[in-house]
Design a protein around this ligand. Structure first.
Ligand SMILES: O=P(O)(O)OP(=O)(O)OP(=O)(O)OC[C@H]1O[C@@H](n2cnc3c(O)ncnc32)[C@H](O)[C@@H]1O
Ligand SMILES: [Mg+2]
Length: 198
């Protein structure tokens, strides 16, 4: 049995504004007071693990200890079939220190080149940690295709080149409220809610 979340305050252990906004929107119905890692001046830990869950847990436990509050971390990324799952856990790092996602998206497109397989998945690991060290982890996924050129201005990161399966718009074009209902983050969040918030 997962530990239930009964506290009133929660830290979103992320320094990514796009993610903090999405997680804040997903948490809105639960009446929890949320803080971001930046609000609390928490450092950004180095992501030294080899899996999404490993890195999510590293971020959640560091923030929970640092803030002495429960903390929810997200480690996510894009796994491209023709690139054997790259950029994967390196999705943020492909954009470099300037967080240049135009460059990162071009790297994805150039890597696929003329390969006929344009399939990709977005993956999201969520880790909820308490200050006593207890952790609950979840992983969500969404299948789609890489399109080129990029389309739309909604979302963040790789959204303008990711078109979810069954849709003819990219996450850059789809309204945020619709993304929240079907994304990899929504999938992981639904698992978290079922296990810890019900
Ligand atoms: O570690 P934190 O502080 O949370 O922020 P980050 O941006 O470094 O986040 P990650 O280490 O988890 O890297 C994931 C990258 O994958 C990309 N990504 C994840 N979810 C995405 C989404 O829903 N839409 C577009 N890109 C996404 C995005 O560019 C992120 O920078
Ligand atoms: Mg990161």
């Amino acid at each position: 049995m997962a530990r239930r979340f009964t506290e009133k305050k929660l830290v979103i252990a992320s320094h990514n504004k796009g993610k903090i906004k999405e997680i804040g929107d997903l948490l809105a119905p639960f009446g929890i007071e949320v803080f971001s890692a930046g609000d609390l001046d928490l450092p950004e830990p180095e992501e030294t693990e080899k899996t999404f869950i490993g890195n999510a847990q590293l971020k959640s436990t560091a923030a929970a200890k640092g803030a002495n509050l429960p903390a929810l971390a997200d480690d996510s990324g894009l796994a491209v079939s023709a690139l054997d799952g790259a950029p994967g856990i390196y999705s943020a790092r492909w954009a470099g220190p300037d967080k240049d996602f135009d460059m990162a998206m071009e790297k994805v497109q150039n890597g696929i080149g003329s390969h006929p397989d344009r399939r990709a998945s977005f993956i999201c690991a969520l880790s909820l940690a308490w200050p006593d060290g207890h952790v609950e982890n979840f992983e969500g996924r969404l299948e789609g295709d890489i399109v080129w050129p990029k389309r739309g201005r909604h979302g963040f990161g790789y959204d303008p080149i990711f078109q979810p399966k069954g849709y003819d718009q990219t996450f850059g074009e789809i309204e945020p409220a619709i993304k929240h209902e079907m994304s990899h983050r929504a999938d992981a969040f639904a698992q978290l809610v079922a296990a810890c918030f019900k």
